[in-house]
Design a binder for this molecule. Structure first.
Ligand code: PLP
Length: 366
């Protein structure tokens, strides 16, 4: 299979598989005081250092969780007041703050900073502002540092979902100036079911899971030692900025090929700064479902809209927030590259996708 659905989950790096297997083989509970326990604890702490280094913080800022969803739920737990979330946030944010007010986005999918500034000047002052770094469907990057400056000036805490950005572009928590950052191992070549919340002020967090006091009382429950070891290995293997550059070249090849086959295709967020691995392309007259199925028959995996809530082939709220009609949203597929993607993968995609475009053009002409 040609796997071009990395924003759903990236292939697991060999070093991560080895680290998971070694930790499973070694055993031990990180909380135990005996030698096996201390060794397990050592693996968790090594991983904490590696994940912290990936995002430019010190190890104590990292709270390991069961994934990005739990990290976001922890960040948004008991916010202490009104919450503002962008219109393009992942369902993990929207569901964790169901009463939130929505920050609109423009046609490129970028948050409206003027709206935000005006809203922050009006009571009730929001307690939390949540804006993602990179969108999972379009790859569009948000002006997070500017959002953080505005929110902090109004006294609000800033939550940033960097699940899709980490490992593909540089993520520096200090530069972004945000308070809480969510990460997920399986989007950067680690195992599924493990993630982290980066907290610049961990003492301000209220735990979601209470129990044995693990993760300094911020996340009860025996940590997923093998998963965390795999997360650490994957984080340490990320090679930026070389990876960003490699992905940028591959995506250019992809989008040039799309343009050559179907100049009328819509690349969502094309004019905006985007992740180098993500292309959300709409092919007028051809449903995403048909495109995904035709590509699947050719052995190419892509997704329709967001595959994070898997199996769903419904119109995307992200594209709707960018002004897409329901029909346009239904015609968009997401092609997302990983650390393992090659130029041959792109060519295989184009060989399978271009005939769909040609067929749609013939249908249009007849
Ligand atoms: N945030 C974004 C932007 C995502 O793409 C995903 C993907 O699933 C999540 C959060 C949830 O992460 P996880 O699958 O680790 O729970």
């Amino acid at each position: 299979m040609i796997f071009l659905d990395a924003n759903a989950t990236a292939p697991v790096r060999a070093c991560a598989i080895r680290a998971v297997a070694a930790a499973l083989d070694a055993g031990g509970n990180p909380a135990s005081v005996h030698g096996l326990g201390r060794a397990a604890r050592g693996r968790v702490e090594d991983a904490r250092e590696a994940v912290a280094a990936l995002v430019g913080v010190r190890a104590p800022a990292i709270v390991f969780t069961s994934g990005g969803t739990e990290a976001l739920a922890l960040a948004l737990h008991e916010p202490g007041g009104a919450v503002l979330v962008s219109a393009v946030e992942h369902p993990a944010v929207r569901a964790a703050a169901p009463e939130s007010e929505v920050i609109p986005v423009d046609a490129s999918g970028i948050v409206d900073l003027r709206w935000l500034r005006e809203r922050l000047a009006r009571p009730p002052t929001p307690a939390v502002v949540a804006v993602m770094l990179a969108n999972n469907e379009t790859g569009v990057l948000q002006p997070v540092a500017e959002v953080a400056a505005l929110a902090h000036a109004a006294g609000a805490t800033v939550v940033c979902d960097a699940v899709q950005a980490a490992g593909k572009i540089a993520v520096d928590v200090e530069t972004l100036g945000v308070d809480l950052v969510a990460l997920s191992a399986h989007k950067l070549g680690g195992p599924q079911g493990v993630g982290a919340l980066v907290a610049r002020h961990p003492e301000r967090l209220r735990p979601l899971l209470v129990g044995g006091g693990q993760e300094r009382g911020l996340r009860g429950g025996t940590p997923n030692g093998p998963g965390i070891a795999g997360f650490g290995a994957a984080a340490a293997a990320v090679d930026l900025p070389a990876e960003t550059e490699r992905l940028t070249v591959l995506r250019r090849r992809l989008e040039d090929g799309i343009r050559a086959a179907a100049p009328w295709a819509v690349i969502w967020g094309e004019g905006a700064e985007r992740l180098p691995n993500t292309t959300c392309v709409g092919l007028p007259g051809v449903s995403a479902q048909r495109q995904v199925m035709a590509l699947d028959l050719a052995g190419v995996c892509v997704s329709a809209g967001s595959a994070c809530s898997s199996g769903k082939v419904g119109p995307s709220p992200v594209l709707a927030a960018m002004g897409a009609t329901a029909e346009q949203a239904r015609e968009a597929i997401r092609v997302s590259l990983s650390w393992a993607s090659t130029a041959a993968d792109i060519d295989a995609f184009l060989a399978a996708w271009s005939p769909l475009a040609a067929k749609a053009e013939r249908r249009e002409a007849s």
